[in-house]
Every structure is written in C-alpha cells, then in structure tokens.
Ligand binder design. Structure first.
Ligand SMILES: [Fe+2]
Length: 463
C-alpha cells in the first residue's frame, strides 16, 4: 500500500495520498487547495486519483476537493450528515471504498463537527486496519475543538459529548498497532495542545494523550471546553466556503494576479483595499510603503492574514518580483480570493517616490533596555497571547493580543514612542505596520522579541 503524508507548515495541515500499488487507484484525503504536487506525485507513480475525501468541513483552510475533482474527475466523499452545494457521495459507518486490494473503511465520528468521519486503512479485505486517518477528531496529543460550530445551533458541550462517544466507541477499541494520521499538527487553532509529531501509534497515544486518559464523559466535556482560545475570525468563512461551489485556485489566480502601477495601487489603497507587504520584518523595517500591512511569507502567513484581514476586502500584494504568485497561492489556501493585483516591480516601483517610503530601526534588546531606562521611555506594546504574557513580560508594557489590536487602538497613547513586541519578531512587525497605518508616528518593533530580550538578560547576568 502507498500512504503518503504531506505536511504544510504554514497551516500546520496534513493531507494524504493513499493508493493500491497493483491497481494504481489512488485517493486523496483533506487535500490543500493548491494540488499540483499531488498530481505530480500521482503522475510519477503512474497513479489514477479516483476519490477525494474531506473528513469534515474544515474551518481553517479551503480544501482542494473541487480542484481535484475538476482536474482528475475524482468523486467527492463527505460524511452523510454533510450538506453541500456540489455533488458528493455521503458516507456512513461501515461503508468501504476499495482501491483494489487496499480498503478504506468509514467510521462516522461526530464531535469536532457533526458530519466528521475517520478512514480506516487496511491492506486488504481480511487484514486488520494498519492506519486511521482521523481528520480533526483525534490529534497527536489532543482532540479536535468542539466549538467551531457552536454558533449554528449545536453547543460546544453537545459536540464535546459526541466527540467522547466517537472516540470511546469507535477509535479506542482499535488495536494498539494502528497508526494515527491526523489533519493537523502543532500550532493549529483546531486544537489546544497538539504535539509536534505528525503521526503516532494508537497504543502510544493511549498512554500519553491527556484526552484519552480514563475519565467520565462529563469530565471530558469540561476539560475540552475549558480555556478555549477564540477561533480566528476567518474560520466561519472558510467552513462555509468548503460547502460551496466556487472558482478553483487556478481560475481565480488567472483572473486576479495582475500587475498594477503605483498609481493604481495608491488609488486602491485610498478606496479601502489593503496593501499587503509580504516581505520579512527586517526588510519591511528598512523599506516599506506608507499605509501598508506587513505579514511576512516566512511565518504563519495564512493564519495571520486570516486573523487580521477581512476575506472580502480587496488585497494588493507588495512582494519581491517573482514572489507574487506564492503570496496569492497562500492567500488562496484560506479562500482569500479578493486579490486586486500586485504592485508591478514591488518596492522598486517607489524608487522615485521617497515621499511614500518609510523605514525604522528595529530595536535590539540592548537599545530597548537603554530606551526603557531613559527619561522618556517608550511604551512597549506586547502583542502575544495571554498565556505568553502570563509566562513572562516586560514591566510597564501594555498587553494587547495581536488579534485585538485593531479594535483597541484607542487605548494606545498618541504622545509616546511605541515599540511592538512579540515572541520572536514576526507578529510585532504586523503590529507596528498596523500602528503606523493608524496614524501613530513613532513606531518600531523589537527584533527577536521576548526570546532575544530574555537571552540578553540571562547573558548580562544578575544586575
Ligand atoms: Fe477542523
């Protein structure tokens, strides 16, 4: 049997290709929206992709089932409790899809969402399953959050109870040797505390996964629904979009990825478009266009775009020439298709327009320490999460988690120098760009974040 995991770090998302080496029939499970790498792999192995499964309606990314279906003719499968605009085959407990000898056996596992399924994978009809594709039902080290649909008539507690039953009745009775392949890894907002491993044996998870330890259903529900961070705002948008007919990624890029002059870029910026600069924080600090938002391609770009921007607001991409397509593709992965184009030439377009260019010196731990000791200390705006802030923070700093920054601008004094701070210097650059855009004139951010600050103080020894 061929079972291949594709791990996309930007979204902490895992998708799968399963195939029967004899018949060459293949299935994709939870594919990302850009699908060329699956097609290339299938071509290299001489496989025919005939089935595409979504374990559930994902909320954190736009799946590529429609792209796969249009390119390969594959049939789309969802749990039978699903409702979608496009044609699909609804799966119920016990259904078997044969790829030849290799079998995919369906388990209905409501909980993370009502229509969720898991796929058991077996070498042949007689064999015990060797793997289970759990979607967001069971992660390594955690289980899926039950609150993403809480606003549409099912409570998080109801879903958490269903998840308990699904796990105890369908998954835990399986043999220890079954390997769990989930749809997400560490850092995903679909769970609270997912491990950095991307697969594990059920026998091992039985020992170490806190949510699989013996406990009553009530205790499970309480543990699962406690301290749930708010879901990023784009989640409900993507969950809806995954049910709809919509243009493919290629169709949308063909329509939207157009070069724009500086004049057109400025006109769009003045009429409500977001000018999205995707350079690194260092590059942005040295040279950027006034009024832009910096979300760098080198970090969790899609998650932060989805958290900070509105999916319907037109976006103009400002990237190094040649990287526009990557930026647009990564926007497309979360369904941000309202791309108005990209600034032709990137920052080179501003060579003769110094009046539009801004820069700042990122603060180092040393310069920050000096500034904080001065007569007019800057205000540090700490944009990390509450848990990170509680762990450690700089005395006198103002804590506003990045997702709340836009709504809480009024709390920030206009008459102080501002230094945005995060863990490593990625989120802080998003923050400083947004502060500058909102009219704060003396803004920078802390290079290396609290990590560099802490290392500097450890290095300096006790004072
Ligand atoms: Fe999910």
């Amino acid at each position: 049997m061929i079972l291949k995991q594709y791990y996309l770090g930007c979204l902490a998302h895992a998708s799968y290709l399963i195939a029967d080496p004899t018949t060459k029939v293949a299935a994709l499970v939870d594919p990302q929206r850009d699908i060329d790498h699956y097609l290339e792999e299938a071509a290299a192995l001489d496989l025919s992709i005939q089935h595409v499964f979504l374990t559930h309606f994902h909320a954190d990314f736009l799946a590529g089932h429609i792209e796969v279906q249009k390119k390969t003719g594959a049939k789309i499968y969802l749990g039978r409790a699903a409702n979608a605009e496009y044609t699909f085959h609804g799966l119920k407990d016990g259904d078997v899809i044969s790829l030849g000898e290799v079998e995919l056996r369906i388990l209905e596992t409501p909980g993370h969402t009502p229509e969720g399924i898991c796929l058991l994978v077996a070498e042949n009809a007689e064999a015990k399953p060797s793997a289970i594709l759990t979607g967001d039902t069971l992660f390594i080290g955690d289980v899926g959050r039950p609150d993403l649909l809480a606003s549409v008539g099912v409570t998080a507690e109801d879903l958490a109870g269903m998840l308990y039953d699904s796990i105890h009745q369908k998954i835990l009775p399986l043999p220890d040797s079954v390997v769990i392949y989930p749809a997400h890894g560490a850092g995903s907002s679909c769970g609270k505390n997912i491990s950095s491993e991307t697969f594990a044996r059920l026998g091992d998870q039985r020992e170490v996964n806190p949510m699989l330890q013996p406990m009553s259903k009530d205790a499970f529900v309480e543990k699962l629904t406690a301290n749930m961070a708010p879901a990023p705002p784009y989640f409900s948008y993507d969950a809806q979009l995954n049910k709809q007919n919509r243009p493919t990624l290629d169709e949308n890029l063909e329509k939207t990825l157009k070069p724009l002059s500086l004049e057109d870029t400025m006109r769009l910026g003045n009429t409500g478009a977001v000018l999205l600069d995707v350079h690194t924080a260092d590059e942005y600090a040295k040279n950027h266009m006034f009024g832009t938002v910096n979300i760098g391609l080198q970090g969790s770009f899609a998650t932060w775009v989805g958290t900070m921007l509105d999916p319907k607001t037109p976006i103009v991409i400002i990237a190094d020439p040649g990287r526009e397509q990557e930026a647009a593709t990564r926007l497309g992965r979360i369904g941000f298709d309202s791309i108005a184009g990209y600034l032709d030439g990137g920052m080179n377009a501003l060579k003769e327009r110094d009046d539009l260019v801004r820069s700042y010196q990122r603060s180092t731990p040393e310069s920050l320490a000096q500034a904080l000791d001065s007569d007019q200390p800057p205000l540090v705006i700490d944009v990390r999460t509450l848990a990170e802030w509680n762990d450690t923070h700089i005395e006198g700093s103002l804590h506003i988690p990045l997702p709340e920054l836009e709504a809480r601008m009024r709390e920030i004094p206009k008459d102080r120098d501002l230094i945005a701070l995060c863990r490593s210097g990625y989120r802080s650059s998003i923050a400083s760009s947004m502060l500058e855009r909102h009219g704060f004139t003396s803004v920078t951010d802390a290079e290396g974040g609290i990590l560099a600050w802490t290392a500097y103080h450890v290095g300096a020894g006790p004072q």
